[in-house]
Design a protein around this ligand. Structure first.
Ligand code: COA
Length: 164
């Protein structure tokens, strides 16, 4: 059986923590769809098209991935791509509480849905996109947190933002 799963998130920007989850997921499934939420609630640094571009660039060496953007409910995205599996990473108890709530709501809206949670690797379990953005803004070194191939894009974006 051909197995597909969706890994959704905001990815603002994609971090080494996300990459770790993607690499491990692709060993379990034949195809992973990375679904990038427009996410009106978060004041994102990168717009949706930019996040799609950065994610494609950062994952270009990983096979069997599809990267898409979405601006509706995740359960509608799941239906559209004909899978009923969502993957999420869990870093700590705070993630667990938030993820449990989302999982119950999504399951209620779409009973066939199953969530698979991968425990974040120890190496990355303290990373968050907001903290990374703060480090970059304050000119810190981001090499342990962000895929090298997208460093320049992030620095350029932050420099442009600070100018405006
Ligand atoms: N390693 C390191 N950091 C990680 C990580 C990992 N494995 N997994 C997540 N993170 C960090 C991210 O960097 C991000 O940090 P930030 O909050 O400082 O920016 C944070 O954890 C959460 O990011 P992300 O995994 O991208 O998920 P999210 O919580 O922003 O995404 C959606 C949530 C998009 C899945 C959810 O809002 C959604 O489904 N939206 C669509 C609308 C919908 O259906 N709503 C109803 C849901 S019940």
């Amino acid at each position: 059986m051909y197995r597909k799963a969706i890994y959704p998130g905001t990815f603002d920007p994609i971090t080494l923590g996300h990459i770790n989850i993607i690499k491990r997921s692709i060993k379990i499934f034949d195809k992973i769809i990375i679904a990038i939420a427009k996410n009106q609630n978060k004041n994102t640094l990168f717009n949706l098209q930019e996040r799609i571009k950065l994610t494609k660039k950062a994952t270009n060496k990983i096979k069997n991935l599809k990267i898409i953007g979405f601006n509706n409910l995740i359960i509608d995205c799941v239906k559209k791509y004909k899978t009923n599996i969502l993957i999420r990473g869990l870093r700590n108890i705070n993630d667990f509480i938030k993820e449990q709530q989302m999982a119950y709501i999504n399951k209620n809206l779409s009973p066939k849905l199953e969530n698979i949670f991968l425990m974040s690797s120890k190496k990355f379990n303290y990373i968050s996109s907001s903290l990374i953005k703060e480090i970059i803004k304050l000119k810190g070194d981001m090499k342990n947190f962000i895929p090298k191939i997208i460093y320049k894009d992030i620095i350029n974006k932050l420099n442009n933002k600070l100018k405006n």
